[in-house]
Design a protein. Structure first.
Ligand code: SF4
Ligand code: SF4
Lengths: 83, 477
């Protein structure tokens, strides 16, 4: 549970920031998706954009958490099952 | 975080002690916050009312036939009373963020976590949620008893009522939140027929759930583990910062005693060790252990302790707003106030003032008209009838006011330069209008190559509203 929050929360914050910066500069009307203009509603574009950012940031956090494990945790994973 | 040992050792403990719940972050003892009244509680509630009337109310205020405050995502325009902001105004947003940051530094340096204690949405919503809890489940002792009691119809009823009230409030909060991003009138119409757009509904539920989770479940854990400000606020403190302080010298040694007994006569300090300051603390700490990063500066313990002191007929202020230096050197309020002005606060305050003035100045002189010129790349120059060379330009004319306006276009900067077309453009309120302008110059009257010309756009009703843009005219060989 703790690890899950460690992954989801910081990525949520940064995704929010990224979303604001990105869509201030980019108009969803002018986006292209595989060469096709994006045809979903603007609200949907914003929302999908946010979750996209969240996903990417979460992937980064997940990697951090993954590499953070100490030698002991890798050698004896059974002692660390709780989270 | 990197050391999982405490987690491990605590795990078996959690099952042994029912008061502890193995909660989101660490093993967490559920905090049963005791309600408190007093001067600072009044301040806190005043700010709860103020911020929440603002939040729940402002989205309903009409202005010029539209919502007064609306961050219209689909139109990509922010309406704030008389102002309309466009994505091009992101500069103002950035400055506003900087101002907020400096204001936070400034107030933190002077009086610690004022923001946390009185204004942060986390505090405010937790306060409201706890108030509901208190009204439905009763005071602290009743709540603890209820949680310990086995399942019964009564318990299910009370808990159900509480969760129901929380959910209702959360949904209302989510609805209000979304009402700042899509016009709330449309939302109401959609709510009546329950025909929300999928994403609108999604965000109402998402923000509602978020509120519920933060204020109903996580509470002090947000401040302890999730809040970035809580982590770095310490660097803005110095020994002259006002913080909530327990007066060790006066309070210790602590201990129970009968009313009317002179504490000095029995070798004790003023603290009667009733523990009420701990019970009222929303983060569940004991302020008597000294300054701790968990303390959000809500001053609940001050109110609580003052009431006890009053009952005991001791002077108030065993726990009070004070500074590290003041406690050490036994300063009174006068000396404390004299130390408010110090390099740190003067620097923060100075920067804050300068940026704020610049911001206001920028806002006041913000042009209500904006023009972008896009050169027609496909055909830079072409020959037209009677020996003229024509260049075409596409203009984006942005009328940033809320009234439709007519603009006059003029070209200047080269001999024989003339403009083809109507020469005016009407732009509806708060919109961008694209126009094409053709400039013509007789062939041979200029050297071949590129020449600077100017294009002016001016409001017909107010020539002072004028933009002069620089562009180029290409004369072919
Ligand atoms: S610690 Fe963070 S979340 Fe908690 S009250 Fe302060 S600013 Fe708000
Ligand atoms: S110690 Fe006092 S001021 Fe600090 S959070 Fe607890 S009750 Fe509030």
């Amino acid at each position: 549970m703790k690890k899950m929050i460690e992954v989801l929360w910081p990525s949520f914050l940064i995704a929010g920031l990224a979303e604001i910066v990105f869509f201030t500069v980019v108009n969803p009307q002018e986006l292209y998706f595989f060469g096709e203009p994006v045809r979903v509603s603007d609200l949907a574009t914003y929302s999908i954009g946010f979750f996209g950012f969240w996903l990417v940031c979460a992937a980064s956090s997940l990697t951090t958490v993954f590499f953070q494990r100490g030698a002991d945790e890798i050698n004896h994973p059974e002692r660390y099952r709780d989270s | 975080m990197s050391d999982p040992a405490p987690n491990r050792s605590a795990a078996p403990q959690a099952s042994a002690a029912p008061a502890q719940e193995d909660s989101l972050y660490a093993v967490r003892e559920k905090v049963y916050v005791r309600a408190v009244s007093g001067l600072f509680a009044k301040w806190r509630w005043g700010l709860v009312w103020f911020t929440q009337i603002l939040f729940y109310g402002l989205c309903w205020v009409p202005w010029n036939g539209r919502q007064a405050v609306l961050f219209h995502l689909v139109e990509r325009k922010f309406y704030i009373f008389g102002w309309v902001f466009w994505p091009q105004d992101v500069f103002f947003l950035a400055i506003l963020l900087i101002i907020s940051a400096y204001a936070l530094f400034f107030f933190t340096a002077i009086a610690g976590r004022l923001w946390c204690g009185y204004a942060c949405p986390q505090t405010v919503y937790t306060e409201i949620f706890m108030w509901i809890e208190q009204k439905i489940e009763g005071d602290r002792n009743k709540r603890m008893k209820l949680d310990k009691a086995g399942m019964s119809g009564r318990k299910v009823g009370i808990k159900g009522l509480k969760y129901g009230a929380w959910i209702a409030l959360s949904l209302w909060t989510g609805f209000t939140f979304v009402g700042y991003f899509t016009p709330i009138k449309e939302l109401v119409a959609e709510a009546l027929t329950f025909s929300f757009g999928p994403w609108e509904l999604f965000w109402i539920l998402f923000y509602g759930a978020f509120t519920y989770l933060m204020a109903g479940v996580m509470r002090e854990q947000v401040c302890k583990y999730m809040c970035p400000y809580a982590r770095f606020q310490g660097v803005m403190f110095d020994p002259d910062t006002l913080v909530i302080t327990y007066d060790n010298e006066r309070g210790d040694p602590r201990g129970a005693r009968k009313k009317g007994v002179d504490p000095r006569a029995i070798g004790k300090g003023d603290c009667v060790d009733c523990g009420i300051c701990v019970q009222v603390c929303p983060t569940g700490i004991d302020i008597r252990d000294g300054m701790q990063y968990e303390c959000i500066g809500c001053a609940a313990c001050i109110d609580a302790c003052d009431q006890v002191m009053e009952k005991m007929n001791y002077p108030k202020g065993l726990i009070r707003y004070s500074t590290e230096n003041a406690v050490k050197m036994h300063w009174g309020m006068k000396e404390i106030l004299a130390h408010v002005m110090r390099p740190r606060t003067l620097i923060y305050g100075g920067i804050l003032t300068v940026i704020t003035i610049a911001f206001l100045w920028g806002l006041a002189t913000r042009s209500p008209l904006r023009v972008d010129i896009i050169r027609d790349r496909a055909a830079l120059a072409r020959e037209v009838a009677d020996g003229y060379i024509e260049n075409a330009y596409r203009l984006q004319v942005m009328n940033m006011t809320e009234n439709p306006r007519k603009f006059v276009l003029t070209l200047e900067g080269a001999d024989g330069l003339r403009m083809v077309g109507p020469g005016t453009v009407e732009v509806p309120a708060a919109t961008t209008q694209a126009v094409t302008v053709q400039a013509q110059i007789p062939y041979g009257s200029l050297e071949p190559g590129s020449h600077a010309i100017h294009l002016s756009v001016a409001a017909e009703d107010d020539p002072a509203v004028r933009v002069r843009e620089h562009t180029t005219f290409i004369m072919p060989q």
